[in-house]
Design a protein around this ligand. Structure first.
Ligand code: 26A
Length: 357
């Protein structure tokens, strides 16, 4: 580790993605009762999917875990050793693969390693057309304990960083730790980002989400996650604009900085709502257009390999750009570029050797 503390710390569930060749997609969606474009925690009926795909399909193993993908994406635009990632893993081969992927892309892995027989989490990725269905077994990831945050290595990371990124998925088991990180960072005037991650988070973990939200400066999500929040919050037929504005104006502990809510919509425009569009002198300033819309550059369908991780790469690139001091418009543009770059790769990956974005 270099003597300078990393600028960015990410917190999440480390997972190894097991991607199934799209030719098997429809069969496996049907067999395990999965929706084409969704992310879920595996229920008992889906547990056999991991052995099944490995035995019976052509699979590709790729580093995954939503916040870990975002960490690699932030690292893509930042100087070496600027990004650290915290999560819980098993002491196994899967962990070694994840650690190697982080190392190759200059992300510091600050893993809490659970003793055997705990295993590193995995995500079955069922591809069909340009959709991806994610079916996750958390295993060691959900054994994360707040004690890890108090370890000397992590304490140092948390006290030195200026940007904190938490995946909504972590709230399924680790809301106490997420709250500790967000609250601590926010009270020290640092920037806290939270990703909604999947519709089931606002749907089933609304309480945990709203507990962390006051300490969040930048909330990121996509259209279906925002809609799920709208529904859970009893907003009936509210538009995406209204839901984003409601989330932006949700109570905030650090009132010196506005909250931004960034909603992506695949190929459609990205929307940014601000709780106070013109009050900020920082690089988070928006214009009077609120929410503001940012068109997404066109991406030829033939250039898309799969969409797994595109949202994470958008979020990580966006955050990395902000950490570099870029303004909001530039940061969104970089996010779009990295999200699209990811669509041209197998799984949550970016192009190497690095291209200038
Ligand atoms: C708790 N769950 C369901 C999850 C995840 C997850 N990361 C953390 N927790 N379910 C899927 N993912 C990751 O999301 C990425 C795509 O956005 C997958 O590992 C995949 O790389």
């Amino acid at each position: 580790m270099s003597s300078e503390a990393p600028l960015v710390v990410c917190l999440g569930n480390p997972l190894l993605d097991i991607q199934v060749d799209p030719k098997h997609g429809p069969t496996y969606l049907e067999k395990y009762g999965l929706k084409a474009n969704d992310a879920i925690l595996a229920e008992a009926k889906q547990m056999p999917i991991y052995d099944d795909i490995v035995k019976n399909c052509e699979v590709t193993y790729v580093a995954g875990g939503a916040a870990q993908n975002a960490a690699r994406s932030a690292a893509y635009v930042l100087p070496a050793q600027s990004v650290a990632y915290i999560g819980s893993v098993g002491d196994d081969d899967l962990m070694k693969q994840l650690k190697a992927a982080n190392e190759a892309e200059s992300v510091i892995s600050a893993y809490q390693v659970q003793p055997s027989p705990a295993e590193t989490g995995a995500c079955a990725v069922i591809l069909s057309n340009h959709d991806r269905s994610l079916c996750t077994t958390l295993r060691a990831a959900e054994m994360f304990t707040p004690s890890h945050l108090a370890s000397p290595e992590v304490t140092q990371l948390l006290s030195g960083a200026k940007y904190f990124y938490i995946e909504g998925y972590f709230l399924t088991h680790g809301s106490a730790s997420a709250l500790e990180v967000a609250k601590g960072a926010s009270s020290r005037g640092k920037t806290v980002l939270l990703n909604l991650s999947a519709p089931f988070i606002p749907q089933f973990f609304k309480m945990q989400l709203e507990e962390v939200l006051p300490h969040v400066d930048i909330l990121i999500g996509n259209e279906s996650e925002a809609a799920a929040y709208g529904e859970a919050a009893g907003m009936g037929s509210a538009s995406l604009h209204q839901i984003a504005s409601t989330l932006a104006s949700f109570s905030k502990s650090n009132a010196s900085r506005p909250r931004l809510v960034v909603i992506t919509q695949g190929a459609d425009s990205t929307l940014v709502a601000s709780s106070s569009p013109s009050s900020s002198s920082s690089n988070l300033k928006t214009t009077d257009e609120n929410p503001k819309t940012y068109p997404v550059p066109e991406l030829e369908s033939s250039k898309i390999i799969d969409t797994n991780g595109a949202g994470d790469m958008f979020a990580g690139g966006f955050m990395g750009a902000l950490a570099l001091g870029k303004d909001l418009d530039e940061a969104i543009e970089i996010g779009h570029k990295l999200g699209q770059m990811c669509c041209g790769q197998i799984g949550p990956k970016l192009e190497f050797p690095k291209v200038q974005v």
